[in-house]
Design a protein around this ligand. Structure first.
Ligand code: NDP
Length: 243
């Protein structure tokens, strides 16, 4: 039996992605800190397809020791797709950020993603049909004012994943690496990170996507041979392209 791992599945884009992958008949390992939300999601997946196996892992991935333990706890499963979606953003100018929030962004967006990607590539790079999809952001390609640290972590995600894709291709590895850059999306993250009515992107106020739309783009990227999927926050276009 094969599994799709989705980190940050308890809400937002990860939650909708889990429903979309359930509709595709995928068994899943769903991770986040809130067990109750993951349990509710598991019940919803069972409504879509009662034959699917859904494994729940409650884990705080901003703590390095947990990251290793989380990965090790999945040794019994055969993982065909790994989606590093869990992410955190604190929007404030550099001098006004709270240190714990900076640390959380660095630990979750960079450290956990890098460790999990590296372990998955180590173990599965030569397994046919495998892919890793890392969730960056429009801010991972264009810096947004007063969100410099968050954007820098997402630039890292984009660079790391595009580089990984090139490395895998250079080695003729079986695994594909891909990066999705969502635009502003109505989720808990967005609610807590910036004022939806005042948020500006390249001098304009973007309209927000739904998490369901973003999960649809994620599936499009999953189905494609392209490395990069970028959602344009101003035009709503979704562009698949190479690094
Ligand atoms: P949500 O806040 O809805 O989802 C974030 C998910 O990550 C939740 O399931 C949360 O679950 C989990 N998570 C957060 N911190 C941790 C942690 N320390 N350990 C484990 N899991 C954690 O936001 P989105 O759906 O918007 O975000 C998903 C991804 O999309 C992120 O990487 C974000 O940066 C990116 N993105 C979002 C955009 C937007 O406008 N919404 C735009 C561009 C990119 P729990 O709290 O239960 O741990």
């Amino acid at each position: 039996m094969k599994y799709t791992v989705i980190t940050g599945a308890s809400s937002g884009i990860g939650y909708e992605a889990a429903l979309a992958f359930a509709a595709r008949g995928k068994n899943m390992i769903l991770a986040a800190r809130r067990t109750d939300e993951l349990d509710k999601l598991k019940a919803k997946v069972a409504e879509i397809n009662p034959d699917l196996d859904v494994v729940i892992r409650t884990v705080d991935l901003s703590i390095a020791a947990n990251v290793h333990g989380f990965y090790e706890s999945l040794q019994a499963y055969s993982i065909e797709t790994w989606i590093n979606n869990a992410g955190f953003g604190n929007f404030a100018s550099v001098g006004e950020q709270h240190l714990p929030k900076i640390e959380q962004m660095l630990h979750l967006n960079i450290e956990a993603l890098t460790i999990l990607s590296s372990l998955y590539v180590r173990d599965y790079a030569d397994v046919d049909g495998t892919q890793i999809i890392n969730i960056s952001s429009g801010g991972g390609y264009t810096i947004v004012a007063d969100a410099v640290t968050y954007c820098a972590t997402k630039f890292y995600v984009s660079a790391f994943t595009e580089g990984l894709a090139q490395e895998l291709k250079g080695k003729n590895a079986a695994m594909q690496a891909k990066v999705l850059a969502p635009a502003a999306t109505e989720t808990e993250f967005a609610k807590h990170s910036f004022n939806v009515d005042e948020f500006e992107y390249e001098g304009r106020v973007p309209k927000f996507h739904t998490a369901e739309q973003m999960a649809g783009f994620l599936l499009e990227l999953y189905d494609s041979e392209s490395v990069v999927g970028i959602v344009d926050g101003l035009t709503y276009d979704f562009e698949l392209r190479e690094p």
